[in-house]
Design a protein around this ligand. Structure first.
Ligand code: SF4
Ligand code: SF4
Length: 201
């Protein structure tokens, strides 16, 4: 019986902004603060224009701080990750962030505090095998993405630890996250409050 196994087609789609998508399309490859620190050092050494933007943030109204949980790569203007070489692919394969290690498995955010492991349909391997990958069980995902699933689990666990840390800080009354904030208030906070990174091992 034919058993589907994931094999990267080395097309580079996951490291680039697809050309058919609009200018305002945002590709989210999440990076933890400590990954950003490491990538800054690698980029400095290789003289690459690595830039990130805050991604998952929470407004802490008790301390008037923006809590930063993750960043994401800025892929413009070059349209692809600075660590992607058109001939060689990813040039930091051994050091790439969790999100890239797990890909095409990804973490989908159900809401601010709940996540699940999914398969990214934008990956070429996934779109070519979509009929076999649609609505499959976790056991099938483990079987098809043998190397990627353990990495996705680590990625998932790290996300969970971050969410738990936020909850614990709230319970200890060290922070207070507003869930009622209007867009206007949120934008004011983004423009005026200092940042505090939330890190977990
Ligand atoms: S770090 Fe490597 S795998 Fe990740 S987006 Fe950049 S080039 Fe692609
Ligand atoms: S989009 Fe999928 S098949 Fe293409 S390089 Fe990325 S992981 Fe590999």
């Amino acid at each position: 019986m034919y058993r589907l196994k994931y094999e990267c087609l080395k097309c580079g789609i996951c490291c680039s902004i697809p050309q058919n998508l609009k200018d305002d399309y945002i590709k989210r490859i999440p990076l933890y603060p400590e990954e950003v620190d490491r990538l800054i050092e690698i980029a400095k050494y290789r003289n690459l224009p690595f830039k990130v933007k805050e991604d998952l943030v929470f407004p802490d109204i008790k301390n008037k701080k923006i809590l930063v949980l993750t960043y994401r790569f800025i892929l413009r203007p070059q349209g692809r990750c600075v660590f992607y070489d058109v001939n060689k692919g990813c040039i930091i394969h051994e050091e790439k962030p969790y999100a890239c290690q797990a890909y095409p498995l990804a973490i989908r955010r159900i809401d601010s505090f709940n996540i699940e492991i999914t398969i990214d349909p934008l990956c070429n391997f996934v779109s070519e095998n979509y009929a076999s990958l649609k609505d499959i069980s976790i056991d099938r995902i483990k079987d098809i993405f043998v190397d990627e699933y353990p990495k996705a689990e680590k990625f998932y666990e790290k996300n969970k630890r971050l969410q738990l840390k936020i909850r614990r800080l709230e319970e200890e009354n060290k922070i207070q996250i507003s869930r009622q904030i209007t867009l206007k208030q949120f934008n004011y906070a983004l423009n005026n409050w200092d940042r505090k990174e939330i890190r977990v091992k």
